[in-house]
Design a binder for this molecule. Structure first.
Ligand code: 5MM
Length: 343
């Protein structure tokens, strides 16, 4: 393990650039997940349509500018652009860093209805070595924490936190930066205070396990949820309220040794996610780089604009680049709602 290299890569994923801050594109949707999104846009989901869509994102001017790194799916890391260039090479040529999702998805926890644990530790060391040889420089593992009656249980938090810590240690042994993603879901009718309480229990367990597993925190990127009410809660939160609660959570639970915190968007709207990220950064200076690792909140409009038609690709790329610019400004606390209309 080269600690200096890991630490400088974890910091590079949230580096400042040109008065803004870079962040990550999460483009690692499994075929099932992206299939649902394609269906909503009226697009058939095939290996070729997924490849064509991802080429739009990966050949965007935003890569290397606002986008520091891309989280790929196993399928995509093996694919090429239409001209034959591998996606890994295209990302690196643009000045961004390729990474890959290495978990194998969630499985129900027997005896704990509605709760799950993420799998993928079996054979992980060999898979990480293969991805490293293919050009990946970081990895991602997502734990899913559902909020409900009696959930999350301590058993669920312990199982997921321990898996995240074991995964992170394996990544370092393979010379990869681990993105540690414990996602407290927005589904449900819980309020902001409840999201705060569950997120605090979750992060405290995760950092306890990372500590137990002797994980080198300077070489880790944390990918948490923001503190927001559930989607079915009648009361929404203003960005300032979300920002104050989220920052209180981070200050309480996240050691300053962690260089970069890159939020997931979790079902927030595109502009909502930018406004919230901006509000958090406006409460700075912060001891970590606080940026984005959005999937939906970077891609939603671009996907709809594309709608599976090659003639829409250039416009979809412009829409995607706009969202990347908005989020890079938000990650520096310099986003304004008025910028949204000047695309
Ligand atoms: C992009 O989606 C990722 C993979 O999801 P599945 O394995 O369920 O298909 C997901 O982990 C994503 O990286 C995070 O949830 C962040 O994405 P959002 O859309 O929440 O910003």
């Amino acid at each position: 393990m080269d600690r200096d290299r890991l630490a400088s890569l974890a910091a590079a994923l949230g580096a400042r650039k040109g008065g803004a801050r870079q962040g990550l594109l999460a483009a690692d949707e499994s075929p099932g997940t992206i299939g649902k999104r394609f269906e909503a846009a009226g697009v058939a989901c095939t290996p070729e349509s997924r490849r064509a869509y991802r080429e739009i994102l990966l050949r965007s001017e935003a890569l290397g500018a606002q986008i520091s790194g891309v989280i790929l799916h196993d399928e995509t890391i093996r694919q090429t652009a239409a001209d034959g260039e591998s996606f890994v090479a295209a990302i690196a040529r643009a000045g961004a860093i390729p990474g890959v999702k290495v978990d194998r998805g969630v499985t129900p926890l027997p005896g704990f209805p509605g709760e799950s644990a993420t799998e993928g530790l079996d054979g992980l060391a060999a898979r990480l070595a293969e991805y490293r040889a293919m050009g990946a420089r970081f990895a991602k593992w997502r734990a899913v924490i559902d909020v409900g009656m009696g959930a999350p249980s301590d058993h669920c938090l312990n199982a997921n936190a321990q898996a995240l810590a074991r995964y992170a240690a394996h990544c370092h042994a393979a010379d990869l930066v681990p993105i540690v993603e414990p996602e407290v879901l927005m589904d449900g009718d819980h309020d902001l205070a409840h999201c705060y309480a569950v997120s605090k229990r979750t992060l405290n367990r995760v950092f306890a396990e990372l500590h137990e597993a002797r994980v080198f925190l300077e070489g880790v990127v944390l990918k948490p949820n923001m503190v927001v009410p559930g989607l079915k809660n009648p009361r929404s939160a203003q960005p300032e309220e979300t920002a104050r609660a989220t920052l209180r959570l981070l200050r309480t639970c996240v050691p300053v040794a962690v260089p970069t915190i890159a939020f997931l968007s979790g079902g927030q709207g595109e502009v909502e996610a930018s406004a919230n990220l901006d509000a958090i950064n406006r409460l700075g200076p912060l001891p970590w780089a606080v940026t984005f690792s959005f999937g939906r909140a970077l891609q939603e409009s671009a996907q709809k604009t594309w709608a599976g038609k090659a003639e829409n690709a250039a416009q979809a790329q412009r829409v995607f680049a706009h969202r990347a610019r908005m989020n890079a400004l938000a990650a520096a606390g310099r986003w304004e709602a008025a910028f949204e209309t000047r695309a």
